[in-house]
Design a protein around this ligand. Structure first.
Ligand code: DP6
Length: 323
């Protein structure tokens, strides 16, 4: 069995909408930070004695929609590799699944890497990034460590991620506040499609991202965490404005999300520089400089409980591991 470990990533400039739903070509570029705390280990073996793909995640056999997504992905690998055996897939997540902590990013980055190698392919990282994209858009970026840009491209060849700074050499960190780790009701896939189709603000979002990509790369080259945090926060709020303005409108926030946003604003008004971002779920991620970690953990720990805070540094790209 070939096993790969891939870490999840949190977007600082969000991907929210597809141009091509089958190939997962996004409407806009995006930019993320890979995290060391959250990862998936996925082992794959193609066996000639199997009569169907056999998929196990966190010790449970997988059925239904999730299994279909994995099987479609394996079908694609069979097609490009010429290895037509069914596969045994065993995956362990070190991420609260579907809680908006981007578990599909680490899952499909690990699956793409392990399955392509197990099928006899020897892909370079750009090809792995393109392959992971077909499982889940955000997985495109999890092939690389650190700060990563996904070029939206126009087709399968041109839509892939590239590292901006693989080894992050300044103090950026994230704290995930675990507000609710149950499965979300509206998947990011459904949510972003409804925004593309029904939010009157969608064309403006595209302009926002074009602007934010330039500003974010400038902030990264200056290693300016305040500027990075500020742009990421605005970008996240504007993404979430697309869900509120869709038809039917909805939100991924719950009361605790608002509570956390207010707490971070309060902390900032006390002079501690910290910023927030949210994905397709209620959890809040805090962006800050590690020199301020103590103050932030103390303040948020009092409000939410220290056990609900997960501190994470920048993490590495995908790798094959011995298991
Ligand atoms: C809010 O990558 O989960 O986390 O491509 O449909 O699988 P699919 O969507 P997914 O969406 C991620 C959305 C996001 C923003 C981001 O990671 O850029």
């Amino acid at each position: 069995m070939i096993t790969a470990r891939a870490h999840t990533n949190i977007a600082l400039v969000k991907y929210w909408g597809k141009k091509d739903q089958k190939l997962i070509i996004p409407q806009t570029d995006s930019l993320s930070l890979t995290l060391n705390e959250f990862y998936a280990d996925t082992g794959v073996e193609f066996r000639d004695n199997l009569t169907a793909d056999d998929i196990e995640i966190d010790g449970q056999p997988v059925t239904g929609h999730s299994a279909e997504k994995v099987k479609d992905f394996l079908d694609h690998i069979r097609q490009i590799s010429g290895n037509h055996n069914y596969a045994k897939v065993i995956s362990t997540n070190h991420v609260p699944v579907s809680a908006g902590l981007a578990s599909s990013a680490s899952a499909f980055a690990a699956l793409a890497t392990a399955a392509s190698k197990a099928a006899g392919l020897n892909l370079d990282r750009r090809s792995l990034s393109r392959l992971a994209r077909r499982g889940s858009g955000s997985a495109t970026r999890s092939i690389y460590g650190g700060l990563v840009e996904w070029h939206r491209g126009t087709d399968d060849q041109s839509s892939f991620a590239e590292p901006i700074m693989e080894k992050v050499d300044f103090g950026i960190e994230m704290i995930a506040i675990l507000i609710n780790t149950t499965k979300k009701k509206i998947s990011s896939r459904q949510g972003m499609q409804s925004s593309v189709e029904s939010s009157p603000y969608y064309p403006t979002w595209r302009k926002v991202v074009t602007h934010d990509m330039v500003a974010m790369k400038e902030a990264i080259s200056n290693k300016d965490i305040d500027q990075i945090g500020h742009i990421a926060e605005e970008n996240a709020l504007r993404m979430h404005a697309l869900t509120l303005s869709a038809d039917p409108g909805y939100t991924y926030f719950n009361g605790d999300t608002i509570h956390a946003i207010q707490a971070i604003n309060d902390l900032r008004s006390q002079g501690v520089s910290c910023y927030y971002t949210m994905d397709a779920g209620p959890n809040v991620k805090v962006i800050y400089d590690q020199k301020d970690r103590k103050k932030i953990v103390q303040y948020l720990g009092n409000l939410f409980g220290k056990e609900r805070l997960i501190i994470s540094q920048p993490g590495p790209g995908v790798e094959i591991i011995d298991k």
